[in-house]
Design a protein around this ligand. Sequence first.
Ligand SMILES: Cc1ncc(COP(=O)(O)O)c(C=O)c1O
Length: 451
Amino acid sequence: MLDKASLKILLESLEKLDAGFAALPDFDAQVPGANRMAETLAATAERLRDNYPYFHPLYAGQMLKPPHPVARLAYALAQWINPNNHALDGGRATSAMEKEAVGGIAGMFGWREHLGHLCGGGTMANLEALWVAGQLAPGKKILASAQAHYTHGRISGVLQLPFTSVPCDARGRIDLAKLSEHVARGDVGTVVATMGTTATGSVDPLAEILDLREKHGFRVHADAAYGGYFGLAGNLGEEARRGFDLLHRVDSIVIDPHKHGLQPYGCGCVVFRDPGVGKLYKHDSPYTYFSSKELHLGEISLECSRPGASAAALWATQRLLPLVKCGEFARGLEDCRAAALELYQRLEKDARFVTAFPPEMDIVVFAPRAGSVSESSEKSRQIFDAAARRNLHLAVAELPLEFFAANLGGMKKDRASLICLRSVLMKPEHKDWIGRIWEILSQATEDCLGR
Ligand SMILES: Cc1ncc(COP(=O)(O)O)c(C=O)c1O
């Protein structure tokens, strides 16, 4: 079930890497516990079995996607060197690879000039973007929608920047009328536009947010941690497409290669349109930066040590699957969205379910139809368990009732939020597996509703 064939490629590449150091005298590396490693790794494998099968198409729950084998192999290969991309002293080759890979991401957004780097994930990347925003507009507010990732409110607290959560419309996007009222007050430094919310994949109306920027002069930061790569997909809805086509006009963008970019965890990315913000990072590091006058990535990132292996993995993936519209990589995203649309259509036609708005990306949210919202919430949890017993793994989310309002029919509204089922169909294989997923979901629903 798990890919083992690619390990042969790793061995061949390792030989090639090794040959690059052939001029060095041989030595015996000290490996404490070497003779107990096999037993220890077997025990590790045993422990790792206690996981949901994230790699399998029947895992259709949370936002989890397996890395591409080439990313896994390049990451592993780099471990034999273990470079540190803080400075060129620690990771010369992988720093160059990081600059190229981040350049590829910036290029995908239409930026040739930019400043950016990789980091631990979306949280770190957003922290840097808001840290820069806060320095450029000290004391001014950060605004993000009620469906924006919770990290924005929390980071603003860490940075001691005032934060306001703006309500959403019935499709999970920032409410423009409410946003206009807020920005008209003149105390807003930055508006966060979420290009694909975590819960439902909703895309904030970027065109209108940019119009408001013209009038009120705030900064726009795009949190595209989850949704950023969908700009390459050829099958987005009209409104989302319009937003993605304008992404080059924002001031900063966060995208997570460890979400839809086929990377192992620990790979986020922040890019700024104006390379001039690099001066805000200025600091002294008496121990490093002396091996080269070229840019050391530690000079433009908040984290110090960072894995060069992440850069090697991303570089290899982008070399294999370039970030271009209509390419192989883009096709994978299109399949994910097609899978979500197919599931949505099946749910919509089946009287046992209530759906929210159609998916913009590859997230579908739905609940069983029942006499009341609390009963539906209870049944959602039961279906989640029943599906898991049949090896189909979904997720559960609590969402505002307005997202479903148009489809609730006679359901008694005895709660303000609905606990529903959520499925992130982020593996291209999901497209071919929708029939099977539907069959199991249908059986699990029958187990719980008796119909
Ligand atoms: C839109 C968005 N922003 C930020 C984050 C946080 O990213 P991370 O979990 O990589 O820290 C997430 C995570 O799901 C996200 O969906």
